[in-house]
Design a protein around this ligand. Structure first.
Ligand SMILES: [Zn+2]
Ligand SMILES: [Zn+2]
Length: 352
């Protein structure tokens, strides 16, 4: 039997685990093993499989060694077959049509902030999903718990993205961006000069989520009016109990109610400034709630259906957002990531 590509198989296992919302540390073994053997000559790998010494390689353990050996023998690794069965059920027709219309994702994190994987791995997963672009939106300085990027690190990241884009397949691009923290006074947590350089700016509230409505409303209105902001991220900050969320101990333990603000005023500002409301696809966020989404649809808002992925497999969560968008009657032409990349960039540039 012809041998399979063990690097590919290990990455595929990681992808399925991430998509099933497994904790990053549980997935890391597979991504590390893939990276470790990608550098080795094929002959050495074959010899080690024969001699049973794969697990002696740094970064390879017993489980990953077995996967590699099976793969080299031309069999689908048992582990892969098992995790592949988590493959989602197919989407209802309207949601599937919306998913097909999406050309990219405007909210994703890499290991430069609190994501689990390098930019390149996120990009390759996006290519595989058929995206034309992925907007890299790592956190801003104030979010120290999420390893937010200082101005200097963001400048460095912009150089890295430019380099990477030269090496990535034709027809795909990593777009530059940020998930900038909306400060207490509604200002944005990054230098204006840098925000102006970025392709897409997602702005989100991450602190004082329990502020009373007038204060939260003022804060959000100021951020929406800021010419640098393009997309309002996870607008209520709520956390819901996600099905299949990693460890049992987490289940139901970290929920958070939506923050309170005057929805009509926020929607009015979004319309006035031509911004978009994010439909966040994370199973633990699903933000905004359907009742708010419906109001925003009726008001005529623009939307962006994003994953907020922190690992490559999570980039496949777009279906969650599409399902909710379809239920609430979001028209495809009002979803900015169904537009061509040129039109998307024209739209964001128009805000500056
Ligand atoms: Zn966020
Ligand atoms: Zn995020």
């Amino acid at each position: 039997m012809a041998s399979r590509d063990p690097v590919d198989d290990l990455r595929r296992i990681a992808f399925y685990l991430e998509r099933a919302n497994e904790a990053t540390y549980r997935v890391r073994a597979f991504r590390s093993a893939a990276a470790a053997i990608a550098k080795l000559p094929a002959e050495e790998l074959a010899e080690r499989a024969e001699a049973g010494t794969l697990a002696k390689l740094p970064g390879v353990g017993e489980v990953t060694a077995r996967c590699i050996a099976e793969s080299l023998a031309g069999e689908e690794p048992v582990y892969l077959r098992r995790v592949r069965s988590t493959e989602g059920t197919s989407l209802p027709a309207a949601a599937a049509a919306l998913r097909d219309a999406l050309r990219g994702d405007c909210h994703a994190h890499s290991d430069w902030s609190d994501g689990g994987s390098p930019i390149e791995e996120m990009a390759l997963a996006a290519v595989e999903l058929g995206h034309e672009y992925l907007v890299l939106t790592d956190h801003s300085p104030r979010l120290t718990v999420a390893n937010g990027l200082s101005p200097a690190r963001l400048r460095k990241q912009l150089d890295r993205v430019a380099e990477l884009n030269d090496a990535l397949p034709e027809g795909f691009r990593v777009l530059t961006g940020i998930e900038v923290d909306i400060r207490d006074d509604g200002s944005l947590d990054q230098e204006n000069e840098l925000l102006a350089r970025l392709d897409v700016v997602v702005g989100s509230v991450h602190s004082k989520l329990r502020d009373e409505s007038p204060r939260m409303t003022r804060r959000m209105l100021a951020a929406i009016a800021n010419p640098h902001l393009d997309i309002l991220g996870h607008m209520t900050g709520r956390k819901v109990a996600a099905a299949g969320e990693g460890d049992k101990g987490h289940r139901g333990g970290r929920t958070r109610p939506p923050s309170t603000f005057e929805l009509d005023k926020v929607i009015e500002a979004v319309l006035e400034h031509g911004k978009a409301i994010e439909i966040n696809s994370r199973p633990d966020r699903l933000d905004p709630p359907k009742r708010m989404l419906t109001v925003a649809v009726e008001a005529g808002c623009l939307f962006s259906i994003d994953t907020d992925a922190h690992a490559p497999g999570q980039l496949d969560w777009l279906g969650n957002g599409c399902e909710r968008a379809a239920l609430c009657g979001v028209p495809a032409e009002r979803v900015v990531n169904t537009w061509s990349m040129e039109r998307l960039l024209e739209w964001t540039a128009g805000h500056k």
